[in-house]
Every structure is written in structure tokens, then in C-alpha cells.
Design a protein around this ligand. Sequence first.
Ligand SMILES: Cc1ncc(COP(=O)(O)O)c(C=O)c1O
Length: 309
Amino acid sequence: MTAVRQLSVTREPALWGLVGNTPLLPVQVAGHARGRLWLKAEWLNPGGSVKDRAARAILRDGIARGELPGKRLLDASSGNTGIAYAMLGAAADVRVTICLPGNASPERWALLKVYGAEVVVTDRMDGTEGAARRARELADEAPDKYFYADQYSNTANPRAHRETTGPEIWEQTGGRLTHFVAAMGTTGTMMGSGSFLKERNPAITLVGVQPDSPFHGLEGLKHLPTTAHPPALYDPAVPDKVAEIPTETADRTARWLARASGYLVGWSAGAAVAAALDVMGREPDAQVVVIGCDTGARYISEPHRWAER
Ligand SMILES: Cc1ncc(COP(=O)(O)O)c(C=O)c1O
């Protein structure tokens, strides 16, 4: 009887417990005797990206507020958050609708379908902002049907990083990092982890990473100076510096990581590592932690970007 009762108090699906606690992996950089580069292996999350953390926190919040699983979870996503909602939602009987820009890689669309999500494809020319607009329209049309998660303004997103990513990095480095580098899309990773680390040690330099132009190939990232809708979560005072990385540099760095270290990451992680290498070039003693946002397996349909030049 006791054993049965103990089993029945298991509140969350076992899959949800696999999110987070990712390893911090060393990256060997030639010519750096004192500096160190560490990659937070977010691609090892069960959904293959850092966005599992935000999605789990948003799902928990929706359930706690009584909105889920009664309503469908609705959001716009360039792919990773959508996949995380769909995968974690499948484990908790939460139905999911994702507005996905037509330029998202085919792997993303296919994975959303595999996990049973409804996918509303929006015009590729309108990018993530077009997808967000469509999600808002759907939410306004049928508020009783949808729980509009809105990852760009949902405070559960940065909270996930304040409560998990930031503390993990602090513990894994014994507090010895000098720089924290993260690519910025919703900016949840930077806002949550960055503010946590800064409170622990104000001397840590926070470097936000973004594309160098509004027309870029770094899925999941935003060019903040030109976007019509900056994420509501973004506080420009949090990052000490913002590095703008060209798509070609991000691609080259992702290729280098795969070949030199066996770490297969996507373009946004390539951009973040490129920014970290710039830091190490300027500061030989830097101890840098970079977020490895997602798996490169999600971009295998772009072979020209993986081909050595
Ligand atoms: C591949 C990828 N990298 C980086 C990010 C940025 O993370 P955040 O939204 O926490 O700023 C995202 C967000 O969707 C992403 O999909």
C-alpha cells in the first residue's frame, strides 16, 4: 500500500528529469597556455537543445496555473523550443501547436510532427516575427482553446536559467570563470544565467552573441538593433558586451569544433564559440564558459555549410 502510494506521488514524467545537469566540456585551443575554454553541452539535453530548460519551466508554470493540460500550448518557435514543448508535452498529455517560419530546417519540422505537434508554417520571408504574429492572432481568436506560452516574454524562461544553468556553471567551475558567453534569441539564457553569475561574482564579464546583420543564417538568434520586436525579456544592461558574428564565421567555427573536438553543435553555438575565441585572443588568462546551444545533427540537411572550404 505504501509502495503504491509512493509511486502515485511521482508528479512529473521521468523524461522531464533528464533536462539539465549537462556536462561542461573542455575545448582545446592551440596557443593558449593559461586561458581555458569550456563548452556547456546543452545539445545533450533530451530534446537536443538548451531550450528544453525554458520549455520545461513554461510547461510547469502552465500546469501550476491550471491552464494545461486543458488548453493546447501555443507558441512561435524557430524550432528548438517547439521541439522541446512537443517532446516534453507528449510525456505529460499536453497538446502543442507551433507556428514555425518556413525557413526553419526540415529536421525541425519533421521532429515536431514525430512528437505529434500541430505545425502552422508561416512565410519564410517574415521569419520568427511572422511566426510570432500568427501565434498572437491564433491566441486572440481562441483564448479558451490556447495557452499562449510566448517564450519571448514568459518570465519562466529566464527563471529556468537562473535556477538551473547558472548554478550548474557556478558549481562546475568552482566559481573560477572570468567570462560567460551565450547567443541571444529570446535572451532567456543570457538574462537568467548571466544575472545569476553576475550576482555571484560581479567581475565576471557577460558576452551576448548575435548575428552581424538582420539577414543571417543563425537559426534561433535575433539581430537586436534592427528587430521590430525586441524580446520583452531583454534587459540591455545585463550583457557587458555584445559580439556580432557573421554567419560564415559561425559556420567555420562549428566545422572546426566537430573536427577538432568531436563536438557536433549548431550554428548559434558556433557563433558563441567564435566570440569566446575572440575573448581569449584579447585576454590570455580568460576562463571562458560558452553555451553549446544545440546539436549540429539538426542542420545536417545543409551539407554545403559543413563542407571544408
Ligand atoms: C539554436 C539556438 N541557439 C540559441 C538560442 C538562443 O537562446 P535564448 O532564446 O535563450 O536566447 C536559441 C533560441 O531559440 C536557439 O534555438
